[in-house]
Design a binder for this molecule. Structure first.
Ligand code: 13P
Ligand code: SF4
Length: 357
């Protein structure tokens, strides 16, 4: 039964004490979150992975790219464990190293390699945290950086100080929404298309490009629409609409605010008067906030339940299993990044950590 599972998880955690730390992303189901020692957005969890040098193991309740990052930022002796190895991210899978390298070659041919009079290189690569360690390594090796949804504007500012333009992958929406808010015209953001090879863009477009967007997206967040926002406003005249920046640009433009999962959590926590919130993000987080703040009316913009199916693959049963194996002295489901890749990826991650206040 579920009660039994929770008792097993608690018993294993008690037996392990400080030897283990459990990290949980905001999108995890409540049955997992209740056992987490730290809960946060992907940036906070990356930092948290460094803040527990006493732990022999970090059990990461989230998705694969987050566990890879935790492995690269934690100590070499620490094991990072992903309770279910099938917990990936479909967006992260939309950019692989081969395609990014061939895009890079083409951009190099187009823009050359010479810095301008201000010393800015032609292109700085920026990868969203939601990407494989290999892409973070690519950025580390090519003067680039990692960003998350909470520091994307800060990171783009860093990149524009060093480059004339940015190649942003894999999420076109986070790239477009962030750059637009910084004043980059949408016309200056052509999209890379591997089949048409920057096809659909004229030479003038490419010459004027400030941000070259990859064609990736999040299948959860692309479901949100302006129609849903219009309906929410019609039904709840004073509704505050808050969305994640992985939503398409028209949705972010029509919302009252947008930001990372931590931004959404804090925005609701900060409301002093009873407020109606329509939220454009994953359903487990929205439901948790609705339960946590009964004084507010909080609902998901999408009336059809939209969980992140891969986040949902972390079932408490897997958590109990990996913890009990640890008690028995066995590390299962360890995520490791090879040292060569990790060395380059850390350069890009460290740039992000240093650039983020
Ligand atoms: P956050 O960094 O906002 O937690 O986003 C991670 C993510 O995968 C959103 O879909
Ligand atoms: Fe990936 Fe989207 Fe799930 Fe976030 S919500 S982990 S971007 S599939």
């Amino acid at each position: 039964s579920t009660d039994e599972l929770h008792a097993r998880i608690r018993a294993a955690k008690d037996a392990l004490g400080d030897r283990v730390v459990v990290l949980g992303h905001f999108y995890q189901r409540d049955e997992v979150i209740q056992h987490a020692d730290a809960v946060g957005d992907s940036f906070q969890l990356a930092r948290a992975a460094r803040q527990h040098p006493e732990a022999e193991a970090i059990v990461f309740c989230g998705v694969h790219f987050m566990a890879e990052t935790a492995d690269m930022l934690s100590g070499p002796e620490q094991a990072v464990i992903l309770p279910n190895l099938a917990a990936g991210c479909s967006m992260a899978d939309m950019a692989d190293l081969d395609s990014v390298e061939s895009c890079w070659e083409e951009l190099t041919e187009l823009y050359g390699t010479e810095p301008d009079a201000d010393g800015r290189v032609p292109v700085v690569p920026v990868t969203y945290m939601n990407s494989s360690a290999a892409l973070k390594a690519f950025c580390g090796e090519h003067g680039g950086i990692v960003c998350t949804s909470s520091n994307a504007a800060t990171v783009l500012t860093w990149a524009f100080e060093r480059g004339q333009r940015v190649l942003f992958f894999p999420d076109q929406h986070l790239g477009r929404n962030t750059a637009k808010a910084m004043g980059v015209p949408v016309e200056a953001m052509p999209m890379w298309n591997p089949r048409k090879v920057l096809g659909g863009n004229t030479e003038e477009d490419l010459a004027a490009a400030r941000v070259i967007l990859w064609h990736g997206f999040c299948s959860v967040h692309k479901r949100f629409t302006v129609d849903q926002i219009d309906r929410a406003r019609a039904e709840h005249p004073n509704v505050r609409v808050l969305v994640h920046p992985e939503c398409p640009m028209p949705v972010v433009d029509a919302a009252d605010g947008s930001g990372s999962t931590d931004y959404l959590v804090k925005a609701i926590a900060a409301a002093t008067e009873p407020t109606t919130f329509a939220i454009g993000t994953e359903i487990n987080l929205v439901n948790r906030l609705a339960n946590q703040y009964p004084q507010h009316t909080i609902f998901c913009l999408d009336p059809v339940v939209c969980p992140c199916s891969t986040m949902y693959r972390i079932h408490p049963g897997y958590l109990a299993w990996v913890l009990e194996r640890l008690v028995a002295g066995e590390v299962v489901n360890r995520i490791t990044v090879d040292e060569r890749t990790a060395g380059h990826a850390r350069v890009a991650l460290e740039r992000m950590l240093a650039a983020t206040p």
